[in-house]
Ligand binder design. Structure first.
Ligand code: FRU
Length: 433
């Protein structure tokens, strides 16, 4: 699997679709897989939601979104790829309508609901990944692409406005935003939404996922960002997609990529992260609070003095676990955590969280820390070969590692001075299936 697609909360359930190649653990034509959950914790696998309509000249169904149209009917919007055509130069945006349980989907007779002719002669390359949002009773769609044949430098997010309640007619409203970074090859999987009183844009530019925060004017359809950042500092988090839940909060999932082949599966979803604003106005991502339901019996330490020499703590005997650490950095610039194999057979896994310029040579993950932050709250999740780290809920990092040894010990070292671990808690985690 790759991208999460069309996350939607519908009739008491969280639904996630995802890019799926059903026939091997390598690349191949994409379908939409489907899972659902009542509590965001335990998940139920469901039949494939969308397959390519070969008879209608469709070879692949690429990423997109799921929403209710103006008549309350569930709809999926996605990028349709034709047989033998390059996705860089040829794409259409198609729709499908679903039953009330979101289990069976029929392609819309109006397809393609958006085609390149909408752009009135302007050529948009890698045109794909529709995402729908609403503002003041108007319905908009954004898509990703670039104006420079994918060579980099002109990655754009395009915006369209719905012209009918069925969402089958759309008007091109221009370029919402061009990514300033000239290295951005394109803007895949744009997500654009209001969080509190600010607008947020996520883009996947063939590199680390970027976010921008600013103002949106629905009349001019322009987005003016004021700040930006990286959603994840690790190497293996891409193409995130968001879901708004009934209380107005928003969750995000990413695609965890970078697994070695040959397992019969490849790729998974990140943990759900809840988005909010920190007190000083930074984008906050915290592990969804429901995840604590998966916790088993904890092991806990208090008031450990940390030095460069390191302090060993034992972990639950499992390779699926959560760790929460509350550190007073006192005189230290940062912290290094090392998961040491009990048998000595596997390489240690190292995480560095530091404000210092001088960094470790090759940590598995390195998270930057603001110098002014004296308290470090860490949440670490390891699911065998997936490592997800949250530092002060504002800096996140994801990496595929070689599977954790179930007998691993954790060594905590401070850097640049002593620090105090006020509390370290570790829980085994239960399965989500
Ligand atoms: C991002 C992406 C999307 C595309 C999908 C195809 O990983 O390239 O732009 O729709 O994957 O599977």
């Amino acid at each position: 699997m790759n991208d999460p697609n069309g996350p939607v909360y519908h009739r008491g359930r969280y639904h996630l679709f995802y890019q799926l190649h059903p026939f091997s653990d390598e690349g191949g034509p994409k379908y939409w897989g489907h899972v659902r959950s009542r509590d965001l914790v335990k998940w139920e696998p469901l039949p494939i939601a969308l397959a390519p309509s070969l008879d209608a000249g469709e070879a692949e169904v690429w990423s997109g979104c799921c929403t209710l149209n103006g008549r309350g009917k569930p709809m999926i919007f996605y990028t349709s790829i034709a047989p033998g055509k390059s996705a860089q130069t040829h794409a259409e945006q198609w729709a499908a309508t679903g039953d009330d349980d979101l289990l069976t989907w029929r392609k819309s007779p109006a397809n393609p609901v958006l085609s390149e002719t909408l752009h009135e002669g302007k050529k948009i390359y890698d045109w794909r990944d529709p995402f729908i949002f609403r503002d003041r009773n108007r319905t908009f769609m954004v898509t990703g692409g670039n104006l420079n044949e994918g060579k980099g430098g002109q990655a754009v997010v395009n915006i369209y406005e719905a012209q009918n309640p069925d969402l089958t007619q759309w008007k091109y409203r221009g370029v919402l935003f061009q990514i300033p970074d000239p290295r951005a090859g394109t803007a895949e999987c744009p997500n654009f939404f209001k969080l509190g009183d600010r607008w947020v844009l996520f883009v996947s530019p063939y590199g680390k996922v970027q976010y921008f925060v600013g103002d949106f004017d629905p009349d001019t359809c322009r987005f003016v960002p004021h700040t930006s950042g990286l959603l994840d500092f690790g190497p293996n988090f891409y193409a995130p997609n968001t879901m708004q839940v009934p209380d107005g909060r928003r969750l995000v999932w990413g695609w965890v990529n970078g697994f070695p082949g040959g397992h019969g599966w490849n790729g998974c979803l990140s943990l759900p992260r809840l988005l909010s604003w920190s007190r000083d106005g930074q984008l906050r991502q915290s592990p969804a609070p429901q995840l604590s339901k998966l916790r088993g019996k904890s092991i806990e330490w208090r008031n450990l003095r940390l030095e460069a020499g390191g302090r060993l703590v034992s972990l639950p005997k499992t390779n699926t676990l959560e760790i929460s650490a509350d550190i007073d950095l006192e005189y230290a610039e940062g912290l290094v955590l090392i998961f040491k194999s009990g048998s000595g057979n596997t390489r240690p896994i190292t995480i560095e969280v530091s404000s210092s310029e001088s960094r470790m040579k090759e940590p598995d993950l390195s998270l930057p820390l603001d110098k002014s932050e004296r308290n470090l709250r860490l949440r670490i999740f390891i699911d065998r070969s997936v490592l997800e780290v949250f530092a002060n809920e504002t800096v996140c990092a994801t990496k595929v590692i070689s599977p954790l040894d179930a007998n691993a010990m954790l060594e905590l070292q401070s850097r640049g001075g002593i620090a105090q671990a006020k509390r370290v808690q570790c829980w085994p985690m239960e399965t989500i299936w």
